[in-house]
Design a protein around this ligand. Structure first.
Ligand code: C5P
Length: 226
């Protein structure tokens, strides 16, 4: 079986409040998505990388690396739809038992070492695996002015990549009925009654969502530059 990367990059990044989609914002002189793609291209374990963008994306062709990346212009209305459309487009190209590593374009701090850790520690796990970080803060839940502290024991923050066999991921996303409940791929797999493996990630693999995240991402990219 091969290891294939699939990167949904068809979002508009509304919470960033910028004029261009956030995956094209410059981080240390390079577009965010290019950092993300370079992490996979630099990993000797990844056979090929596919990136899903919207049909009319005007920028992607000018920023993809020379080799190892194919653009799929099949972006959907939600992240889940973009991933599902990407998997559909790869039907007949991927094998049923190939591993698909789904990774957010907006996590440019990934590197080959974290990719290897995920692949090695997930191994042959029947439900796949994902990078995640143990929660270090005290967590509050507030609903209609009622405040409660949630025991932080056993709580993790999900990161990406999240890796699953092609056939399992496809089945999980196909069975998902409410896209708004499916904010990552693992939750669709969990809805089938399966428990993916949590593999410890790293803070540098943060998701760039708000303007302040850009500064943090740039600090990590500079500190871990090859
Ligand atoms: O907006 P957020 O950061 O949660 O998006 C996570 C990832 O999903 C991003 O890489 C974004 O480009 C992607 N996405 C997508 N299609 C959408 C919405 C988001 O590919 N319709």
């Amino acid at each position: 079986a091969r290891y294939i990367a699939l990167i949904p990059a068809a979002g508009v990044g509304a919470r960033m409040g910028a004029t261009s989609p956030k995956q094209y914002l410059q981080l240390g002189g390079k577009p965010m998505l290019r950092h993300t793609l370079d992490a996979f291209v630099s990993s000797p374990l990844i056979s090929h990388t596919y990136v899903v963008v919207s049909a009319d994306d005007p920028i992607i062709d000018s920023i993809i690396p020379a080799q190892g990346v194919t653009v799929l212009r099949h972006g959907g209305a939600s992240r889940m739809d973009s991933v599902r459309n990407g998997l559909l487009a790869l039907h007949g190209i991927l094998h049923e038992d190939d591993w698909v590593l789904v990774h957010d374009a907006a996590r440019p701090g990934l590197d080959a070492e974290l990719i290897e850790r995920l692949i090695v520690e997930t191994g042959e796990h029947p439900a796949g695996g994902l990078l995640a970080l143990p929660v270090v803060d005290t967590v509050k839940r507030c609903v209609a002015d009622e405040v409660a502290t949630v025991a932080r024991d056993g709580l993790w923050l999900a990161q990406t990549p999240q890796m699953f066999r092609y056939h399992l991921l496809y089945r999980a996303l196909d069975a998902a009925t409410d896209p708004s409940m499916i904010t990552d791929d693992a939750s669709a797999v969990e809805a089938l009654g399966l428990a993916p493996k949590l593999v410890e990630g790293h803070p540098r693999n943060l998701k760039v969502t708000l303007p302040a995240d850009i500064l943090i991402a740039e600090m990590y990219l500079a500190a871990y530059a090859p």
